[in-house]
Design a protein around this ligand. Structure first.
Ligand SMILES: Cc1cc2nc3c(=O)[nH]c(=O)nc-3n(C[C@H](O)[C@H](O)[C@H](O)COP(=O)(O)OP(=O)(O)OC[C@H]3O[C@@H](n4cnc5c(N)ncnc54)[C@H](O)[C@@H]3O)c2cc1C
Length: 481
C-alpha cells in the first residue's frame, strides 16, 4: 500500500499535465493508467513505416492561450511547433481557402454569392453580441443562420459544426464556432495565471514566443504571433482574421508534445500503466485513496478519465450529481490514415482541408510538416469523420473510404498503408444542451480534470484550461501550496 499526496487517475494529456504542475508545486504524485501506454488521445505510433497520430491534430492558441502559460511555467523541454498553414475547402470543382474574414467570404466561390453575404451578416451580428457579453453557449448555429440558404451552404456550415463540436449545426453552439474559428481568442496572461494559482516560480525555459519557433525556421508563424500579440477586438478580427493564427503542429508528430510533458516530469512522479482504478475510497465525506492493482492512499484524488465513469468507481455520490454527469454528451470520430507511395499533387499544401459534401471529412497531410513521418518520398494523410453512432462501424469505415476516393479519385491508386481509428475526441462536446462536470465533486478532495470540465476552446487547449482551473481550485481549498 503506497501513500501519496495526490493520486491521478488517467495518463492522457490532462492527467500528465496535472502530474507535472502538481509535482512542481512539491506534491508526491502517483499516476495510474489503465492502458499499457501513456498519452491517451495525445499520442503517435508506427504503422508499416508511417507514424500516425491519434487523430489529426491542430494545436490552437499557442501564442497566448492556456497551453502556452503551462509550458512557460512548468515545462523543462518545449516542443517545436510548425506553422499550421491554412484551412482549405475541397469540392469536385474547387480547392480554396476556407474564409475566416469578410474579405475571404467575398471570394469563396463554392457557395452562392447571396449566401456568402447572408452568412457574413449573421457572423457580424453574433460577434457583436459576443463583444457585448451575450451568452451564446445556448444559441444554436442553425438558429443563428438565415433560413433561405442553399443546401450547399447548409452542408458547409454543418460540416464545420461537426468538426468543431462533433455534432450537427442544430446542436452546436454559436459560442463554439466563434471560439473554434479563432474569432474569439483564448488568452491567459501571466498575471491572470498567478492570480489563480498564486505566485509561481517559472521553470527557467525561454519564452515560448522566442524559442519554440525559431524565426529563421518559422518566420511566417513568428510574424503572425507578433501580429496577434496586439489586441484585436473580435469585430476587428472579422475584417482581418487568419484562422490559422497561432496554431501549430508539433515537429516529430503529436507524441513530441507528450514527450515534452514526460521529459519535464520530476523524477518523484510515479506512473503505473495497466493499472485501472476500479474503486475510490471515501471516509466521512472525504476521499482517502483508490484501489487499482493494490490500494493507494492519498490526501487528494484527481480523476481525468470520463467524468461520467465516476459513479462506477464510487458509491457515495448523490443521485442529482449522477444525473448531472449523465447529461454530458460526447461524439465518436473515425480517422482513416492513408500512406501514399508518393507525394500526391492533391495534398501538396501545408494545413488541412474539409470536404463538406456527403459524409464530410477533415484531412491533414501531416508528413508535409515533417517528412520523417513517412518513408522517404511518401506521404501520410489523416482523414477524420464524425461517426453516425446509429450505424455499424464497418458500414461507417466503408463509407469513409468511398468518400475519400470520390473526393480525390487519384488517391486510390497510390495507397500503400491504411489504418483506421475509432475514438472519442473530447470527453464533452460543446453542444447547446450538453453538460460539463464541475472540477469539485461532492466528495471532499476528489476532483475531476480534463476536457469534460471546461467548455472553452478545444482539445488539448481545453485540457490546459481545465488544469489551470484545477490548480486554482486546489489553491482555494488549501491543497496546492
Ligand atoms: C480524432 C481526434 C482529433 C482531435 N483533434 C484535435 C485537435 O485538432 N486539436 C486538439 O487540441 N485536440 C484534438 N483532439 C483532442 C485531444 O487529443 C484530447 O482532447 C486530449 O488528448 C484529451 O486528453 P485527456 O487527458 O483529457 O483525455 P484522454 O486522452 O482520453 O485521457 C484519459 C486517460 O485516462 C485513462 N483512464 C480512464 N479511466 C481510467 C481508470 N479508471 N483508471 C486508469 N486510467 C483511466 C484512459 O485510458 C486515458 O489514457 C482530437 C482527438 C481525436 C481523437
Amino acid at each position: 500500500m503506497g501513500k501519496y499526496d495526490i493520486v491521478i487517475i488517467g495518463a492522457g494529456a490532462s492527467g500528465l499535465l496535472a502530474a507535472l504542475t502538481l509535482s512542481k508545486h512539491g506534491k508526491k504524485v502517483l499516476v495510474l493508467e489503465k492502458k499499457s501506454h501513456v498519452g491517451g488521445n495525445c499520442n503517435s505510433y508506427m504503422i508499416d513505416g508511417f507514424q500516425v497520430d491519434t487523430g489529426p491534430h491542430a494545436i490552437t492558441h499557442l501564442a497566448e492561450g492556456p497551453l502556452k502559460i503551462l509550458m512557460e511555467n512548468y515545462f523543462d523541454y518545449l516542443p517545436v511547433f510548425e506553422d499550421y498553414g491554412n484551412y482549405f475547402a475541397r469540392t469536385e470543382q474547387h480547392f480554396v481557402k476556407v474564409p475566416s474574414n469578410l474579405k475571404e467570404f467575398a471570394v469563396f466561390d463554392p457557395l452562392p454569392k447571396k449566401d456568402r453575404l447572408l452568412i457574413a451578416q449573421a457572423l457580424t451580428k453574433q460577434l457583436t453580441l459576443s463583444t457585448f457579453g451575450f451568452d451564446l453557449t445556448k444559441q444554436s448555429v442553425y438558429d443563428a443562420l438565415p433560413k433561405n440558404l442553399s443546401k450547399d451552404t447548409y452542408d458547409f456550415v454543418d460540416s464545420i459544426s461537426h468538426f468543431l463540436s462533433g455534432k450537427s449545426m442544430k446542436e452546436t453552439s454559436v459560442h463554439r464556432i466563434l471560439t473554434g474559428s479563432s474569432f474569439v481568442r483564448d488568452r491567459v496572461t501571466q498575471e491572470q495565471f498567478e492570480s489563480i494559482v498564486g505566485k509561481h516560480k517559472k521553470t527557467p525555459v525561454e519564452s515560448i514566443l522566442r524559442t519554440i519557433i525559431p524565426s529563421e525556421h518559422h518566420a511566417s508563424l513568428q510574424d503572425r504571433i507578433y501580429s496577434v500579440s496586439n489586441q484585436f477586438s473580435s469585430l476587428g478580427r472579422l475584417a482581418t482574421n487568419k484562422a490559422s493564427n497561432s496554431q501549430g503542429y508539433p515537429r516529430k508528430g503529436l507524441k513530441a508534445l507528450l514527450n515534452a510533458i514526460l521529459f519535464s516530469l520530476p523524477k518523484s512522479v510515479e506512473i503505473k500503466t495497466e493499472c485501472e482504478v476500479r474503486k475510490i475510497f471515501v471516509k466521512d465525506g472525504k476521499v482517502t485513496g483508490v484501489e487499482a492493482d493494490e490500494i493507494y492512499t492519498a490526501d487528494v484524488v484527481i480523476h481525468t478519465g470520463f467524468a461520467r465513469d465516476l459513479p462506477s468507481m464510487i458509491e457515495e455520490l448523490p443521485q442529482a450529481y449522477i444525473d448531472e454527469l449523465n447529461g454530458i454528451v460526447h461524439s465518436k470520430s473515425l480517422t482513416l490514415w492513408l500512406g501514399f507511395d508518393k507525394i500526391l499533387d492533391e495534398f501538396n499544401y501545408i494545413g488541412s482541408e474539409i470536404w463538406y459534401k456527403e459524409n464530410a471529412y477533415w484531412a491533414m497531410p501531416i508528413s508535409n510538416y515533417d517528412s520523417s513521418l513517412a518513408p522517404s518520398g511518401k506521404q501520410l494523410v489523416g482523414f477524420a469523420f464524425a461517426m453516425d453512432e446509429g450505424a455499424s462501424q464497418n458500414t461507417e469505415i466503408k463509407k469513409a473510404y468511398e468518400t475519400v476516393f470520390t473526393a480525390v479519385p487519384n488517391a486510390e491508386d497510390h495507397v500503400e498503408m491504411q489504418h483506421e481509428q475509432v475514438t472519442i475526441p473530447e470527453k464533452a462536446s460543446v453542444t447547446i444542451d450538453g453538460n460539463f462536470a464541475k472540477i469539485r465533486t461532492p466528495v471532499k478532495n476528489l476532483y475531476i480534470a480534463g476536457t469534460d470540465t471546461d467548455s472553452r476552446s478545444m482539445g488539448i487547449t481545453r485540457a490546459a484550461y481545465s488544469i489551470i482551473e484545477l490548480l486554482g481550485i486546489l489553491n482555494e481549498d488549501s491543497n496546492l501550496h
